[in-house]
Design a protein around this ligand. Structure first.
Ligand SMILES: Cc1ncc(COP(=O)(O)O)c(C=O)c1O
Length: 399
């Protein structure tokens, strides 16, 4: 292409590395175009079906001409009431449907726009790392300074936060949490959230909890909502998603609940950017929240079995794997001697030599070096096959 001086980008673009999933996807698509059967454990993009009742409602409402106008941007009143009922039923939390709930075009969109509303140049944000990329880059795009804390620091996560807040000026404005955590699968309990609320009040920071994997839990573990602890609503909000609980990733529907002022700030900024979610999706969302509680344990059983198949397969190869108690991923330490290749190179070789797509840990910031993230989206048979192909690929690697 001829060089020209017309096309120039904002300087913030220089702070955005190529999006990891984009690169992995491109490699996978190139291989598939060549006829290779790539087993895709790269992205947490569910392949299992959305509940029938939800699809049927979408189709029904989509036939109504009235449903095609600009929607109610914060969410249909019935949908907002339904999420309030859901939080009451599942977590014993009372939400004001009108003021304390807001529907977003997926939780990723909501988190991104909320960051634009509550932080800017000169502000700092604490983000546990490794991290789902938007937890870091929403803040970067907003012009804020990201301070990473290891998700499992040796000196204790809470002490580390307190130390940073005491020693930095200005002290951080926001703490970004994500439990159950992607990519590591780390989970938490209400006591931890109680301590977070105490710290938030002591040091005046807001808390965002990304609760995308709220219901994808195993071995009897139940993930607490951040809002379950006293005082949480004074300091923060929680984002939820339909993508994982109901296999609705492509539909783009999520929500923000909690502190009224933060929810209102999200609404204010979104008012400039978008008009909300297609009404038919919102009505179908009511069905998901209201009628699909029983589909979730079935879904968890499917993931749990896949987790067991993948973890025991990798353990048989000699990998040191801890089974996650939640989420859709196995966070796997790359064994020696392969670890020294670096996670990206190892992932590329698994793709090239084994036809298995995985996410290198470095896609979740440098703290993920030495790890791979494997998504439990393929069926058991394909996961067994993936382990066999990984074994073969490793046999062919020269380290
Ligand atoms: C931690 C986390 N948050 C948010 C999302 C995106 O969710 P949504 O589809 O609701 O935007 C994902 C998707 O993988 C995720 O892993």
């Amino acid at each position: 292409m001829e060089e020209n001086n017309v096309i120039r980008f904002a300087s913030r673009m220089d702070q955005l590395p190529p999006y990891l999933f984009g690169m992995i996807n491109k490699m996978k698509m190139d291989k598939r175009r060549n006829g290779d059967d790539v087993i895709d454990l790269g992205m947490g993009n569910p392949m299992d079906p959305t509940p029938d009742a939800v699809i049927e409602k979408l189709v029904e409402v989509a036939k109504d001409p009235k449903a095609h106008r600009y929607p109610e941007s914060s969410g249909l009143p019935h949908l907002k009431q339904e999420i309030a009922k859901y939080y009451n039923r599942h977590y014993n939390i009372n939400l004001d449907a009108e003021k304390e709930t807001y529907f977003t075009i997926g939780s990723k969109e909501g988190i991104s726009h909320l960051c634009l509303a509550i932080m800017g140049p000169g502000d700092s944000v604490l983000v546990p790392a490794p991290a789902f990329p938007i937890h870091i880059y929403a803040a970067v795009i907003a012009g804020a300074n990201v301070m990473k804390i290891p998700i499992e620091p040796e000196d204790g996560f809470l002490d580390r936060i307190a130390h940073i807040c005491e020693s930095c000026y200005p002290s951080p404005r926001v703490l970004m949490l994500n439990y159950p955590h992607n990519p590591t699968g780390v989970v938490t309990d209400k006591n931890f959230f109680r301590e977070i609320v105490k710290l938030a009040k002591r040091f005046n920071f807001m808390v965002i909890n990304d609760f995308a994997y709220a219901k994808i839990t195993y071995d009897g573990y139940v993930a607490p909502s951040f809002l379950e602890v006293e005082g949480a609503k004074d300091v923060g909000v929680e984002f939820g998603s339909f993508s994982k609980s109901y296999n609705m990733a492509g539909w783009r529907i999520g929500y923000c609940v909690g502190n009224e002022q933060i929810v209102s700030a999200l609404g204010k900024i979104k008012g400039y950017f978008d008009y909300g979610i297609f009404s038919a999706i919102q009505v179908a969302g009511i069905i998901a929240l209201r009628d699909c509680d029983e589909t979730i344990p079935e879904l968890c059983k499917v993931y749990e079995t896949r987790r067991d198949v993948l973890c025991s397969g990798l353990q048989r190869l000699g990998w040191d794997i801890e089974k996650p108690k939640a989420g859709m991923f196995v966070w796997a330490k790359i064994p020696e001697p392969f670890a020294k290749m670096g996670a990206m190179e190892f992932a590329i070789q698994l793709m090239n030599k084994g036809n298995v797509a995985v996410a290198p840990g470095t896609g979740f910031s440098d703290e993920g070096e030495g790890y791979l993230r494997l998504a439990l989206v393929e069926n058991e048979e394909r996961l067994r096959q993936a382990v066999r192909q990984m074994k073969k690929a490793m046999e062919q690697m020269t380290v």
